[in-house]
Design a protein around this ligand. Structure first.
Ligand SMILES: [Ca+2]
Ligand SMILES: [Ca+2]
Length: 91
């Protein structure tokens, strides 16, 4: 299992893949079990990332395997694998 460190307001702490998924699920505002582009933007903003809109679009183009325009739980795992480029650090 990958371990991630999220740099958020200068506090770094290790995160497992499950913890990252739990964090993302909190932003599933309409509780449909998947993240829309709008929900991704909110999540990235809260995580303190820059270029949230661009990253939300990028997340959909990279991780949306079934091309329905949403990120479901399986696809969140895809996100975790490349999230290290965006201020997440794999220790
Ligand atoms: Ca949703
Ligand atoms: Ca999808």
């Amino acid at each position: 299992m990958p371990w991630l460190i999220l740099n958020h307001r200068k506090v770094s702490y290790p995160l497992s893949e499950e913890q990252v998924k739990d964090m993302l699920k909190k932003y599933d505002k309409n509780k449909d079990g998947k993240l829309s582009k709008h929900e991704l933007i909110l999540a990235f903003k809260e995580m303190g990332l820059h270029f949230c809109r661009w990253k939300a679009g990028k997340t959909l183009s990279l991780a949306d395997n079934n091309c329905d325009g949403y990120i479901n739980e399986d696809e969140m795992s895809e996100f975790v694998h490349y999230a290290s480029r965006w201020g997440f650090k794999i220790s």
